[in-house]
Every structure is written in C-alpha cells, then in structure tokens.
Design a protein around this ligand. Structure first.
Ligand code: ATP
Length: 288
C-alpha cells in the first residue's frame, strides 16, 4: 500500500447552494506532505470534511490506511489528527485541563509529548483558552492534534492569519513529523509560499474538480510561462500550450517540459513560475 490516504471519485452536492464536488480523486503517499490549493469556494473544506467523515459524501471511496472509515470507527479516527481554521476548544479550559480531557478520548494521548509541544510553542499550560491570541490557538490546536500520535495529519487553513515567524516554527514541526515514513500531512492553504517550502505534491482544485496534481518540484522546475508577442504565440504548437492568457501587449502561455520547449522555440522567453502563477493561469487562462 503506497498511500496513507486514497480519495477516489468523491462526489458531494449541497442541495442548498448547488455547489458540488465532482469525482474528486487524489492520493497522499506515505511520508509526504500534500498541499491542497484552490480559490475561495473551490471545495477544499468540503473535501476535507468528507475525508474526516464529518460530512456525508454522495459517492466515491475514501481510504485511510487502506480502510474506509465508518461512523463508529474509533481505531481509524485515532490515526487521524485534524486542525481546522477556527480553534474549537471550549473557552473556559486551559491547556492542562484540555490535556486531561484528551487523555480520556484518545488511547494513545501522550501527555509528555503535549507538554513538549506547549514548551516549544511557548503556550502557557494554565492560561484560559479565551485569552489566547489566534497564533496561540492555532499552535495549541496543532499540539493537540499531534499529541495522540496520529499517522495522518489533516489541516484546513491552519497557517492563515499567522505571522511569518510562527508559520516558520509550525512548518518545521510538520517537516519533523513526516521524518517518520509512516506519517503524512494533507494541508490546505492559501499561503502557497508555505507549500513551496514544505510540500512534496500539490493538488489543485477548482470549482469542485481536481484540475492538476503534480510533484511540487515538477511545478517549480518543469513548468514555465512563455511571454509571447502575437507572432510568437501563433508559432507555438497547440499541444505545447496548457493554458494562455492574453494581456495588453503579450500573451502569457503556461507550458510544461521547460527544457524541451526552450530547445524547440529558440526565440521564446521563458520565466520560472510560482505555484500562484500556475494556479492563476490554470483558472483564469484559456485552453485551446
Ligand atoms: P475557502 O478557501 O474560502 O475556505 P473552500 O475551497 O474551502 O473555500 P468550501 O468551504 O468547501 O470551499 O465551499 C465550497 C462551496 O460550497 C462554496 O460555494 C460554499 O458556499 C458552499 N458550501 C459550503 N458549505 C455549505 C453548506 N453547508 N451548504 C451549502 N453550501 C455550502
């Protein structure tokens, strides 16, 4: 089994809004970090909620550690650590009380590990959660999600709204977590620079559909944008164009196999792309 998480043909439609996930398929390999990105309303939280079994799917299969999760499946739930955008702990608790509650919920809850994370994140054990800043809440949520020793960590926008120093600390904790080859992370984020730092794979979702899945290094090193004048654009073979976007004086063309394109079209200027550039061109660009 090569994947800790396998999502196959996941579909889910909200009757109220009409939004639908359509045959969403992607995998999270063991020992990897997968970045899940897409514009606001693309369907990331919906897909993650189905994976965590807090939202009923209409169809498709979701396998975690090779098994589909059922409602009463506490063993599989123990292998999952989840962090959502908004901290969801009762305000009146402090971290110490939270730890004793968690101990009653998770058989593998590790109080010493939790204390280590609190120390690392400089979170006071005896301060009420109601007095926590957003950064402290997020760090507490991550510490709690990791302290029952899950194998798969799933985070929805966990680093948004945090300053770069706190984010950097958290990214280090994530990298450390996947040092164990049995551990993996699925992480949705709008902060693509964070994903450029730590992700092994990127899954792009748009309007409820997966539009691209690729290793991050392939996106950064193999994809490129050709900045073309009209005459240059007309020379590019259709099969070499992933998407294109016409601007005032030039057309930006998203291409793959950068080296090959460079050899084939000697007069083209190719720029390296960020994950944001790729997302923009995939979503806003036209296809031939
Ligand atoms: P963001 O990046 O803004 O968090 P997202 O990619 O996580 O967005 P979702 O939260 O999954 O997107 O929402 C996808 C679509 O489903 C949106 O159009 C949203 O309005 C709609 N939606 C979400 N929850 C419900 C619901 N409970 N009932 C009906 N529609 C919903």
């Amino acid at each position: 089994m090569a994947h800790i998480l396998e999502v196959k043909n996941l579909s889910k439609r909200y009757a109220k809004s009409g939004f639908a996930l359509k045959n969403v398929s992607f995998n999270v390999p063991y020992g990897s970090i997968v970045g899940f990105i897409g514009e606001n309303g693309a369907g990331k939280t919906t897909a993650i909620s189905c994976i965590l079994n807090v939202l009923f799917k209409d169809s498709g299969t979701i396998k975690i550690l090779g098994s589909e999760m059922t409602d009463g499946d506490s063993a599989l739930r123990e292998e999952l650590g989840a962090v959502f955008d908004a901290g969801s702990f009762p305000d009146q608790l402090d971290a110490r009380k939270l730890s004793s509650i968690m101990q009653g919920i998770y058989t593998k809850w590790d109080q010493n590990l939790f204390t280590d994370y609190l120390n690392q994140f400089q979170i006071p054990a005896d301060k009420k959660i109601s007095a926590f800043s957003r950064g402290m809440l997020m760090k507490l949520s991550i510490a709690a999600a990791l302290s029952h020793r899950p194998k798969l960590l799933i985070l929805d926008e966990a680093t948004s709204g945090l300053d770069p120093i706190v984010r950097d600390e958290i990214l280090d904790v994530f990298l450390d977590f996947v040092q164990d080859e049995e551990h993996s992370i699925l992480l949705s984020s709008h902060i693509t620079s964070d994903l450029e730092k730590i992700a092994d794979y990127i899954v792009f979702i748009h309007n409820g559909e997966i539009i691209l899945t690729a290793p991050k290094d392939e996106l950064i090193y193999d994809y490129a944008v050709a900045r073309c004048k009209t005459s240059q654009f007309s020379q590019i073979e259709k099969s070499d164009i992933i998407t294109y976007r016409k601007r005032d004086y030039q057309t930006d063309v998203l291409v793959k196999n950068r080296k090959e394109i460079e050899r084939k079209y000697k007069n083209l200027t190719l720029d390296t792309v960020s994950i944001d550039d790729i997302m923009l061109l995939l979503i806003k660009g036209e296809r031939i």
